[in-house]
Write a protein that binds this ligand. Structure first.
Ligand code: HEM
Length: 508
């Protein structure tokens, strides 16, 4: 989990572009020998020099899970692979080998500057790897005492939030989003629901004035998609955070910005800014995927719904099942070997890069011989990483996903998928996989008159645009003030209704 963008993200050429051709010949990368990178002519077989499999390109993106299984069959727990530019790395496929890499920072560092490919000048500034692995002074890339200092500031500040307060924000924003599309009786839940909630909630966590929420959501979505307006959107996020820090310096509040600035770890202004940006983006992408994948499972998997409606599993259990089966981040890039070592039977050389294969480790036959067996309540999945860098925001991510799904099912108890399941599609990149759309239909739900909406207006008829915003142009209409505990107080009564509807669906 790194700053998932850089100032030049939108300039990044696609894989295969001549801009990626490196002008070196064969070189020695220690444990991972490779030949002159050749990103041209990506064959349908997805193989590079020496027959190594590429983690990018058409084959990898069409079926990442299939690729992991081929690699497991060929190499076992740890497989040599090629990244963009045909740069070599090790992909960790075993559950236990992943945990070893995460929990042994003395052997597997987070400091990307150790990478042999960096030291040999093989990673070009325009490489698509750069936004994820270029070293920055962040907890994400730090080890040891420096990591502890930065991370303590983040975790202490996040832990000051009252979870019930987070749930109240989620309830309010989920209700507002549902009011946007409720009267139509149909919606596309990825764009109209899942993609909005985490960032809207995070604006409250960081202490952002509400009127910036909708624009920040648009800007964050835009820059993560790497469109041509990504730089402007990134500038908007940074400028907004800077202004927020200035405000909080004068008038601190009960929020992440104020607490990070006041923390005894003594973060510089730049460190505060960069950690805020990491937290915002780390929280968004992952939680969007968790919400979308859980809703998809709920709307399509008969067994899943039967278990939920029959009381054999709770919504938190359902989230765990999704975290096992569809880790919101398939890979974490990465760890770097501090010296020559061995992992999963492979000889790793100092400076080699290792990718944590979270999705692959979660389906390792050594821990899950029968993938159809439910794992409710079992939290030993790898979805949040592990060891000193384990996700510090997991409770918040879970609270956002769980509460928002609960509210959606409560408000729209007869919600159904509007297209056949086999028409659902995903897009994959090397780090994660996203459900493209989740169209649903339900009995139209009237919108209380004059109520504001989470997307910034009073009754939008179109989804929000990705037009880059500027910090000086907040949305025309502020969104509604908090509704307070009243919103959550009605949930138990209504929850019964969707549980009984789900149960009813399977009695026939
Ligand atoms: C479902 C939601 C989420 C998932 C699946 C997730 C997953 C992850 C993973 C896999 C890592 C890397 C761990 C490693 O390198 O070993 C990570 C790190 C991190 N996550 Fe999350 N995350 C989620 C939500 C959040 C939220 C809501 C926040 C903030 C409120 C957050 C903040 C961070 C930060 C700051 C790091 C870097 C920690 C470090 O390097 O010490 N995440 N997350």
């Amino acid at each position: 989990m790194t700053t998932p963008f850089s100032d030049d993200l939108s300039l990044t050429p696609p894989p295969g572009c001549p801009a990626h051709r490196l002008d070196t010949g064969e070189f020695d990368t220690g444990g991972l020998a490779t030949h002159g990178p050749d990103t041209h002519g990506l064959g349908a077989d997805g193989l590079g020099a020496d027959g190594l499999r590429r983690l990018y390109g058409p084959e990898a993106e069409a079926d990442p899970a299939g690729l992991y299984e081929k690699l497991r069959a060929e190499h076992g727990e740890v497989a040599p692979v090629l990244l963009h530019g045909d740069l070599p790395a090790w992909l960790i496929l075993g559950h236990s080998a992943n945990l070893t890499a995460m929990r042994t920072p003395s052997r597997f560092s987070r400091d990307s500057r150790r990478w042999t490919a960096f030291q040999q000048g093989l990673v070009t500034p325009d490489s698509p790897l750069m936004p994820v692995i270029a070293w920055q002074p962040l907890c994400v890339f730090a080890d040891g005492e420096e990591h502890k200092r930065l991370r303590r500031a983040v975790t202490d500040s996040l832990n000051r939030f009252d979870r019930r307060g987070i749930r109240r924000y989620v309830t309010r924003f989920a209700d507002q989003l549902i009011q946007d599309f409720g009267p139509t009786g149909q919606a596309e839940l990825v764009a109209r629901f899942a993609e909005h909630l985490p960032m809207l909630v995070m604006t409250q966590v960081v202490g952002m004035p509400e009127e910036y929420g909708p624009r920040l959501v648009d800007a964050a979505r835009d820059l993560m998609k790497g469109t041509e307006t990504a730089i402007a959107s990134n500038d908007y996020v940074v400028a907004t955070l800077r202004r927020l820090m200035e405000r909080k310096r004068v008038a601190p509040g009960a929020d992440l910005v104020s607490w990070l600035m006041q923390h005894s770890a003594g973060l510089t202004d730049d460190e505060v800014l960069e950690h805020l940006r990491v937290v915002l983006l780390a929280a968004n992408e992952t939680t969007v995927n968790l919400i979308a994948d859980t809703l998809k499972l709920l709307l399509t998997d008969r067994r899943f719904r039967t278990h939920l409606s029959g009381g054999h599993m709770t919504l938190p259990d359902a989230l765990d099942q999704v975290l096992w089966d569809s880790a919101p981040m398939s890979l974490v890039a990465g760890r770097w070997a501090t010296g020559d070592t061995e992992l999963g039977g492979q000889q790793i050389r100092a400076g080699d890069m290792l990718l944590l294969g979270l999705a692959a480790g979660n389906v390792d036959p050594a821990v899950r011989p029968d993938l159809s067996k439910p794992l409710y309540g079992n939290r030993s999945h790898l979805a949040f990483g592990g060891g000193p860098h384990e996700c510090p925001g997991q409770d918040i991510g879970r609270a956002i996903a769980e509460t928002s799904i609960d509210i959606l099912l409560t408000r729209l108890p007869d919600i159904q998928l509007a297209i056949p399941e086999d028409e659902l599609t995903w897009t994959s990149a090397w780090l994660s996989r996203h459900l493209v759309e989740l169209p649903v239909r339900f009995t139209p739900r009237s919108k209380p008159k004059g109520e504001a909406t989470a997307t910034g207006g009073t009754a939008p008829t179109t989804p929000p645009t990705t037009t880059p915003a500027t910090p000086d142009t907040p949305p025309a209409q502020p969104i509604a003030p908090p509704t307070g505990p009243a919103a959550t107080a009605t949930v138990p009564q209504q929850r019964r209704s969707w549980w009984s509807v789900l149960a009813g669906m399977f009695r026939h």
